[in-house]
Design a protein around this ligand. Structure first.
Ligand SMILES: [Zn+2]
Ligand SMILES: [Zn+2]
Length: 394
């Protein structure tokens, strides 16, 4: 088997070209039709059999010397409803849609890795399942799981990566345990009784109840749940009222609850918030309707696989390039895979101020440093090789 770094060098121009093509042709979640076709075309040209899963998802298996262990490598496919303001030769050609999270690069890197691993399949001590997943931004992983992506044959371990602009190019971030937040989205409708602001005693004011809920909710994260269990209850939208001298009938509050610990069910911050909102509303004589949905569960990296990935990254970028405390409250639906099979999610630094690739993800000026692509491809293939060398996870 040849050297991974040398092998990546030979194909990196192709990876860059594919990334630019995906970037110029972004598609929103579950609408990645062109994207899926391009992926299928490429994999089929390698001689791989592809399968469509969950509308626009694509999978393929690279069969090594043995069917087991079976390692899943995943890339997400969707773009965002963002109008790109960059001035690049390969800017988005689709108004209002942009690859502003780096998923264009994730697909290109996985395709590059697929080409190399497929060339070496005769020597692989295991097999690789390539998973191109649609709609990451709205929890598309579950649709693939429901369609059986983790079964027949069963996956032994999963690995995914994300280019990360807050991390400098050349660095790799790997952390065991909780690395990305769980996310609940809630909406509280507070019903009062409308009236004239000159006669508040004749009305029931939902605005003052709303203000109390916003203020009191902060106690959940700072008083009720341990400070060592990060919980962020944030309000993003308040709606209600039509004029300065009118007490409105109702007010709605919308927001998010983010957590970064595995025992979410025990702490149950969303249930605490529901109780708090209902009680505050009762004090004010208001009605309360609390709605929420769980968008993502926290992403928990498997201990053994994290150590394996750190070992691989350490060989690639040395100890100084390895960041072992990268955790964030943003969420990512790779968590659905790691909740079912041992998995590890790796951050590849792509931030470079001079190249203006340090804008935050989802920003209309977001761009990656293409020099980070080779490290990403190398991480995918080197991780697979090390995983097979160790005989999988025990
Ligand atoms: Zn994103
Ligand atoms: Zn993303």
């Amino acid at each position: 088997m040849a050297n991974p770094r040398q092998a990546v060098k030979k194909i990196i121009d192709e990876v860059i070209a594919m990334r630019r093509d995906f970037h110029a042709n972004p598609e929103l979640g579950f609408e990645e039709y062109r994207t899926a076709e391009k992926i299928e075309e490429y994999l089929q040209a390698l001689g791989l059999e592809t399968e469509r899963v969950a509308k626009t998802g694509v999978t393929a298996i690279i069969e090594g010397k043995s069917a087991k262990p079976l390692l899943m490598l995943r890339a997400d496919m969707d773009a965002l409803p963002v109008e790109e303001v960059n001035n690049l030769d390969y800017c988005s050609t689709c108004p209002g849609v942009m690859h502003a999270c780096g998923h264009d690069a994730h697909m290109a890197m996985l395709l590059g890795a697929a080409r190399i691993l497929n060339d070496w399949r005769g020597e692989l001590e295991g097999s690789v399942k390539l998973v191109f997943q649609p709609n990451e931004e709205e929890a598309g992983a579950l649709a693939m799981i429901k369609a059986g992506v983790l079964d027949n044959p069963p996956i032994d371990a999963a690995m995914g990566l994300h280019l990360w602009s807050p991390l400098k190019t050349g660095k790799v971030g790997i952390n065991a345990g909780a690395v990305m937040g769980g996310l609940d989205i809630f909406k509280i409708t507070i019903r009062g009784k409308g009236g004239h602001t000159a006669y508040p005693e004749t009305a029931v004011d939902p605005l003052i109840a709303a203000a109390d809920i916003i203020k009191t909710a902060q106690r959940i994260q700072t008083r009720d749940i341990s400070l060592l269990k990060p919980t962020a209850i944030m309000f993003g939208r308040i709606s209600g009222g039509s004029k300065a001298n009118i007490i409105p009938d109702k007010v709605t509050l919308e927001g998010s609850v983010r957590t970064l610990y595995p025992d979410y069910e025990e702490e149950n911050p969303i249930e605490r918030l529901k109780n708090l909102a209902e009680n505050v509303c009762a004090v004010h004589g208001c009605g309360c309707c609390f709605e929420y949905y769980r968008e993502n569960i926290p992403l928990i990296n498997d201990q053994d696989l994290s150590h394996l990935a750190s070992e691989v990254a350490g060989e690639m970028v040395s100890v100084t390039g390895l960041v072992s405390d990268l955790v964030c409250m943003a969420s990512e639906d790779f968590s659905e895979f790691t909740a079912r099979v041992p998995g590890v999610f790796v951050f590849i630094g792509t931030g470079n101020k001079e190249k203006k690739s340090d804008y935050p993800h989802h920003n209309p000026r977001f761009n990656i440093d293409e020099d980070s692509l080779s490290l990403g491809v190398e991480m995918l293939i080197s991780f697979a090789l090390k995983f097979f060398q160790k005989g999988g996870v025990k």
